[in-house]
Design a protein around this ligand. Structure first.
Ligand code: 5RP
Length: 292
């Protein structure tokens, strides 16, 4: 029964206190709407402000990359350690357990492979991304490349479509073969992504990386790149975080590591706890020995 007496004269709780209003923890995201913030807060840890994304989308342009031949055996055991997974819809539907609960950065642009010319890409339907419950839409952006205009159009379109449904966009900077991987180029490519609406940017490490992060108004996640010795990969991650990155989006340096489960935990220690590379490498070796 509704309590009609309370309507007349009930105790008033805390009405004398101003309502709390908190700023959002992530760089450049304070003015986004609730759904976008909710998705970003599931990808980026609100305590550390950072994320460890596990990338295994390589097959869309490289086919069965080393370490990804049997993703059910090599990738699925890593998913529980990742803050977010970055993959294609093919991988999602075939090997990723829908019960895993890990947010998905969906490879949203594709078009060519390493056998022809990269970056001539198009987009999938936004309804497909909604059906797959994507938390982030990953689009390749090739600044300075022959397909620069196509890829920037793809980014802009993705931001428009994602905004309809509250799904943020990740601009993935593709560095062409002829481009110098220096701070001048990488800061330009990252800034172009942000200015065209990307909510997060994935880019490569370079000298003066602080120049890249400090001139980009949205969070930057570090792209892993080719496999490095484990200590070198941890050092690169540490330097990137130290110079303002909000996490890593790493593939080969995790799943091609001597022990991928130990490696992803060591990367997490660097990214979330700012563990120094040497200590994280000790942790890697300890975990590796335990798991034998
Ligand atoms: C290309 C991509 C990837 O296909 C992938 O995510 C790269 O991961 P990694 O270089 O760490 O193996 O984003 O730009």
């Amino acid at each position: 029964m509704p309590d009609v007496d309370d309507l007349k004269e009930g105790k008033q709780y805390y009405t004398d206190k101003p309502q709390k209003g908190e700023g959002f923890f992530l760089k450049g995201s304070n003015n986004l709407e609730w759904g976008m913030k909710d998705r970003l807060a599931r990808i980026f840890n609100p305590v550390s402000g950072n994320t460890v994304m596990l990338a295994f989308d390589h097959g869309y342009l490289m086919g069965p990359t080393s370490g990804l031949e049997r993703m059910d055996l090599t990738i699925v055991p890593l998913i529980e350690y990742a803050d977010c997974i970055m993959c294609t819809r093919g991988a999602l539907r075939t090997i990723v357990p829908p019960t895993c609960g890990t947010p998905v950065s969906l490879r949203y642009s594709s078009g060519t492979t390493v056998l022809t010319e990269l970056n001539d890409e198009c987009l999938m339907d936004i309804e497909e991304a909604v059906r797959l419950n994507a938390s982030l839409l990953a689009v390749m952006v090739a600044v300075g490349d022959r397909f620069e205009a196509t890829t920037i159009r793809n980014l802009t379109r993705t931001v428009d479509l994602g905004t309809r449904y509250g799904i943020p966009t990740l601009g993935v900077t593709a560095v062409g073969k002829d481009m110098a991987r220096d701070a001048r180029y990488i800061s330009m490519a990252s800034r172009v992504c942000a200015e065209n609406g990307a909510h997060v940017v994935k880019t490569y490490f370079c000298d003066d990386f602080e120049k890249v992060t400090s001139t980009c108004p949205v969070p930057i996640v570090l792209a892993g790149g080719k496999k490095l010795p484990e200590l070198d990969a941890l050092t690169m991650a540490y330097r990137a975080i130290d110079q303002g990155a909000n996490g890593v989006d790493m593939g080969r340096n995790i799943f091609q590591a001597g022990n991928p489960i130990a490696m992803i935990q060591a990367v997490k220690a660097v990214v979330h706890d700012r563990e120094i590379p040497e200590k994280a490498f000790d942790m890697y070796n300890t975990l590796k020995a335990e798991q034998k």
